[in-house]
Design a protein around this ligand. Structure first.
Ligand SMILES: Nc1ncnc2c1ncn2[C@@H]1O[C@H](COP(=O)(O)OP(=O)(O)OP(=O)(O)O)[C@@H](O)[C@H]1O
Ligand SMILES: [Mg+2]
Length: 160
């Protein structure tokens, strides 16, 4: 059975990538692996300066991002239930690794972070350059009109 891998970070562009990946996996009868990578070293600002966030709560947040991302799309068309994979580490290597031997690696063009005005985030850029399987970068405004109709909105200005 073919494997399609998709990265999610809780952002609207990532959800569009996920919807695209679900549709593609359904058409191809492929299994879907949904990956969320997280890092324990994220600094959090407190009144006393930057501190390290509690790794346990960060892991819980990461688990919730992954579960909620998948719960909010319709996966009933898939041949088998998607695999949810939580990875500790930087996102691009995690996705490239998960996609090894697969048919397709799917990401959104942007994510939760980054500067408005950039066409691609750093994760999608790294994947485009380094992935060993075919990559699909789902741009804003193309995937599904239902998301827009529901008030999903674009990320950043159109035609940046
Ligand atoms: N932590 C992650 N785990 C899994 N996939 C991710 C993660 N972060 C991003 N992605 C995937 O990569 C896509 C592009 O996100 P990216 O992080 O490159 O953009 P950005 O957040 O706008 O910019 P940057 O992170 O460089 O500031 C997302 O839509 C998602 O598919
Ligand atoms: Mg990002």
């Amino acid at each position: 059975m073919e494997k399609i891998v998709v990265g999610v970070d809780g952002s609207q562009p990532a959800q569009r990538g996920l919807e695209w990946a679900v549709a593609q996996a359904s058409v191809r009868g492929a299994r879907l692996v949904v990956v969320h990578a997280w890092q324990p070293s994220a600094a959090v600002m407190s009144p006393y300066g930057a501190t390290l966030a509690d790794p346990v709560s960060l892991a819980d947040t990461a688990r919730a991002i992954l579960a909620d991302s998948v719960a909010s799309v319709d996966t009933t068309s898939l041949a088998i239930v998607p695999e949810l994979r939580l990875v500790q580490g930087p996102a691009a290597p995690a996705l490239i690794d998960a996609a090894r031997g697969g048919a397709l690696l799917v990401v959104g063009s942007r994510g939760r972070g980054g500067f408005a005005g950039l066409l691609l985030g750093s994760v999608s850029q790294q994947i485009a350059q380094h992935a060993t399987v075919p990559v699909v970068i789902v741009p804003p405004g193309t995937t599904n009109s239902r998301a827009e109709a529901a008030g999903g909105g674009r990320v950043g200005a159109p035609h940046r």
